[in-house]
Design a protein around this ligand. Structure first.
Ligand code: NAD
Ligand code: 44H
Length: 390
């Protein structure tokens, strides 16, 4: 039998990046999603194109050998697929992991112990996303606790850091996905130490993922989000447009100088290497061919203002070390101003929270900070400023 991957979330990164790599590595991909029209389209069309765009011109890969299941309406089918799959991946968004966990749990539980354990890899922008998913899968609500003892015979969970800019797609593009040429998919090798790692061409396997995910989240995503939130505030359409404004570009560079201080100090990455990485990222996020809307990059501001996320996490650590975090707070301020953006539920929720709470309550609820954190009074001031302008 050929190799099979079950992938949850047939959106931009799912169809455009993860499925492309799985396909190129010889896997049949079974997409699971909850959007009826997307599933129907995948079922009807036997191929789609992934188009890599850049200054040097475009290249196209055609993806075939996939099936699609509506995981909302056909749970039993998904469970069956998981029992015979080699790998389960997902790119649904960090807040959705708990919703896909029950079906994965049932699929894992039904697997024979003598098969190679299923490799589960979450491909989300979050530190420890696979651990979060595994936590939901192993929760008593989803897996009978007496089955946990030999659960590792049936599944292995590996965290990953995934990096490739896939903008929101033109609705007329159908299933085709336009994305940047650059990619990086780094996965923790250690859960597979007594088995071989799943063979997926292009994955970089490492023993210590933490520096990779922190560097990615606090450079690519901090810079990207800073550009998007400052850009949205100044009525720019795309991240490219935002970066044409010297003041916004300067804000992005200031924020990345702060996170670079943290990353270099914490992970022993050479200063020049980090500088080169930052320059490469400024070029990547400013790719004019991507037309990456500031609304996509700024989406879900409540998640992005969280304690472990791209602004507050590095700023908190820098504050504890007595180092500069002013630009990160400037970007966070712009995130607090990202309210009532059409189609973004979290931005509507943020507006309500800002309206109904004191600055201190906002900082506690949204950022998960307490008075014990050195940064706390500074973030309170930011919120006060934003509330005063409402
Ligand atoms: N787009 C990028 O540039 C990029 C790059 C790296 C990582 N990521 C990460 O990948 C994840 C997905 O991002 P995206 O840009 O592909 O978003 P997207 O909105 O294009 O795709 C998400 C998909 O998940 C589906 N989904 C939602 N709930 C589901 C459920 N319960 N079961 C199955 N499917 C469900 C949605 O219908 C949608 O098709 C996020 O965590 C994001 O941070 C995105
Ligand atoms: O996906 P989010 O919402 O966490 O962040 C938006 C973008 O910054 C992100 O999708 C990037 O395009 C991606 O992380 C690049 O690898």
């Amino acid at each position: 039998m050929g190799k099979k991957a079950v992938h949850f979330g047939a959106g931009n990164i799912g169809r455009g990046f993860v499925a492309e790599f799985l396909h190129n590595s010889g896997y049949e991909v079974v997409f699971c999603d909850v959007m009826d029209n997307l599933i129907e389209s995948l079922q009807k069309n036997k191929s789609y194109d992934v188009i890599q765009v850049g200054a040097e011109g475009n290249t196209t890969t055609t993806i075939t050998n996939y099936r699609a299941i509506n995981s909302k309406t056909h749970e039993a089918d998904v469970i069956k697929e998981i029992t015979t799959a080699d790998i389960v991946t997902c790119s649904v968004g960090p807040n959705i992991l708990r919703f896909i966990a029950p079906v994965i749990a049932k699929g894992v539980d039904a697997r024979p112990n003598d098969a190679t354990p299923l490799a589960v890899i979450a491909c989300e922008n979050a530190i420890g996303a696979t651990d979060t998913l595994a936590g939901h899968i192993k929760h008593e609500k989803n897996t009978p606790q007496h089955r946990l003892e030999d659960h590792h015979e049936r599944a292995r969970y590996a965290n990953s850091a995934i990096d490739r800019i896939v903008p929101a797609q033109d609705p007329s593009a159908g299933l085709d996905v336009k994305l940047e040429k650059f990619y990086e998919w780094v996965v923790d090798r250690t859960p597979f130490k007594d088995h071989s790692c799943p063979s997926v061409e292009g994955i970089k396997w490492v023993d210590d993922l933490f520096p990779y995910i922190e560097r990615k989240l606090f450079t690519v995503n901090t810079g990207h989000a800073a550009a998007a939130y400052h850009g949205y505030y100044h009525q720019k359409t795309t991240v490219y447009d935002a970066l044409q404004d010297p003041e916004i570009l300067d804000e992005v560079r200031r924020a990345l100088r702060e996170t670079s201080t943290l990353i270099v100090g914490k992970h022993g990455i050479h200063e020049q290497e980090q500088k080169d990485y930052v320059e490469k990222i400024i070029v990547r996020i400013g790719n004019p061919h991507l037309e990456d809307a500031v609304e996509r990059v700024g989406r879900a501001p409540l998640r992005k203002l969280g304690r472990k996320e791209r602004f507050i996490a590095p700023a908190t650590e820098l504050a504890e070390e007595g180092k500069d975090f002013a630009a990160l707070l400037d970007a966070a301020e712009m995130a607090f101003r990202f309210q009532n953006v059409e189609g973004d539920e979290e931005s509507e929720e943020l507006a309500k929270i800002m309206n109904d709470n004191t600055p201190e309550q906002v900082v506690e609820k949204v950022c998960g900070l307490t008075t014990k954190d050195k940064i706390y009074p500074h973030v309170v001031k930011v919120v006060q400023r934003v509330q005063a302008d409402a």
